[in-house]
Ligand binder design. Structure first.
Ligand code: FDP
Length: 341
């Protein structure tokens, strides 16, 4: 794998890395390579806007325009538009789906439709926007499986069929972490040159794990199994060392920490709304891509009963309980839920 064999000190840009990965697939046409590169570029544009988020507010306060005369747009709308416009005309994508839109997003008729399906959560953790806290973009790519310009069926594919998935993290630095099914690699944006550089090659979730991440404010609504599991994570059971709790409330940030340090993020089903006991997070836009990355790094994603990647999605905005991160910790969640419900 790239990064393991390269000389120390060598600078590997994301472009070079994606191209070198492509060269190990002789049948590759370069379309996926370019699609990933387009997403990286969209990420740079979104990052530059998230970095100026507070300023845009100040500069736009008197009207709805900033000093450049641009419309002041909400960040999540901006991220959504950027991803769509970056990919609508390239001929690489047949259709898209965004967490921000109820329906699938066809490619405008004036542009050619390609062979890939792109689903994305443009700005995850949006309740943190106003507080200068990490945000993220999550994406997942599939092959189009229907004929013509694609349909809902193309979006409702199992996670086992993912071609590539990843996320951008807009934190103290901007990172892009992705996998094409050959391990997980992380890149950090060097703002001086405007390039993503390979900073975290061949990521594996380390053992032993360090953290658990959950919104403990919801504890009273959890099932007995999740309560018992949490007590186990905290070391309240005999012979178990407790883990530290860390919860940002931005899924990408919480997932990223556990990917690098070892740990589990979970957002279980709860009984706050008795009509909706299926968790908060979206299967297509959040759970599948992050579970794919976790598995590629030696971990696992589960809904508490089965592997997220084995679930056949039924609807575009389907929600699911999610336990994702270190394999052993996710398996323990399944064991507690099986035992106590
Ligand atoms: P947000 O509502 O701020 O957009 O999926 C959305 C998400 O954030 C995740 O990023 C985050 O992990 C989770 O919801 C936070 O939910 P709680 O505020 O209920 O903890």
């Amino acid at each position: 794998m790239l990064g393991e064999t390269d000389q120390p000190g060598q600078i590997i840009t994301i472009e070079r890395h994606i191209l070198e990965e492509q060269s190990s697939f002789p049948e590759a046409t370069g379309t996926l390579t370019n699609l990933l590169y387009d997403i990286a570029l969209a990420g740079k544009i979104i990052a530059s806007r998230t970095n100026r988020a507070g300023l845009t507010e100040i500069l736009g306060r008197t009207g709805d325009t900033n000093i450049q005369g641009e419309q002041v747009q909400k960040l999540d709308r901006f991220a959504d538009d950027t991803l769509f416009r970056m990919n609508d005309h390239t001929g690489r994508v047949a259709l898209m789906g965004s967490e921000e839109h109820e329906d699938i997003l066809p490619i405008p008729a004036k542009y050619p439709a390609g062979k890939y399906v792109l689903l994305y959560d443009p700005l995850d953790g949006s309740s943190n926007i106003d507080y200068n806290i990490c945000l993220g973009t999550i994406f997942v790519i599939y092959h189009k499986i229907t004929t013509g310009r694609g349909s809902l069926e193309d979006c409702l594919q199992k996670g086992r069929r993912v071609v590539a998935a990843g996320y951008l993290l807009y934190g103290t630095s901007t990172m892009l972490v992705y996998s094409t099914g050959r391990g997980v690699n992380g890149f950090t944006l060097d703002p001086a040159v405007g390039e993503f550089l390979l900073s975290h090659p061949a990521i594996r979730i380390p053992e032993p794990p360090s953290y658990y991440s959950v919104n403990q404010g919801n504890q009273k609504y959890w099932s007995r199994g999740v309560q018992e599991y949490t007590a186990w994570l905290q070391g309240q059971k005999p012979g178990v060392r407790g883990l530290s709790a860390r919860y940002v409330g931005s899924l990408v940030a919480d997932f990223h920490r556990n990917l690098l340090a070892g740990g589990v993020f979970y957002y279980p089903a709860d009984t706050r709304d008795r009509e909706k006991t299926h968790g908060k997070l979206r299967l297509l836009y959040e759970a599948i891509p992050l579970s794919f990355l976790a598995e590629q790094a030696g971990g696992r994603g589960s809904d508490g009963g089965q592997n997220i990647l084995d679930i056949a999605p039924q609807t575009l905005h389907q929600r699911t309980p999610l336990f994702v991160g270190s394999r052993a910790l996710v398996e323990q969640a399944e064991a507690f839920i099986q035992k106590y419900g």
